[in-house]
Write a protein that binds this ligand. Structure first.
Ligand SMILES: [Cu+2]
Length: 102
């Protein structure tokens, strides 16, 4: 990668906030380009633990009650990616969503 390409990748980097509250992800739809790196801050406003999981990218992060965690999503190819909370029953409660990768 040339320095110019590197700089461009930095510029393309995007940051988003995701909030878990009431056993739901408040935003369940994100979009990004396959050449982007999406920085995601996942804030858990509940008094119980959640997790943030993208099986397709092997991302599995625990999000303790009241905590905010940061992670990077690097899809590498286009297509929808599903994210969810892996704690039993939470997906059914609304902790599931999609990142649309263009
Ligand atoms: Cu959960």
């Amino acid at each position: 990668m040339t320095p110019e390409e590197q700089a461009r990748q930095e510029i393309d980097r995007r940051l988003e906030q995701m909030v878990a509250e009431g056993t739901k992800f408040l935003t369940t739809s994100y979009s990004m380009s396959s050449s982007d790196v999406l920085g995601l801050f996942v804030e858990n406003r509940d008094s119980s633990a959640h997790s943030f999981d993208i099986d397709a990218l092997d991302i599995h992060v625990q999000v303790p009650a009241g905590a905010t965690i940061a992670l990077a999503v690097k899809p590498a190819k286009a297509g929808p990616i599903e994210f969810t909370c892996a704690i039993p029953g939470h997906r059914e409660a609304g902790m599931v969503g999609t990142i649309d990768v263009r």
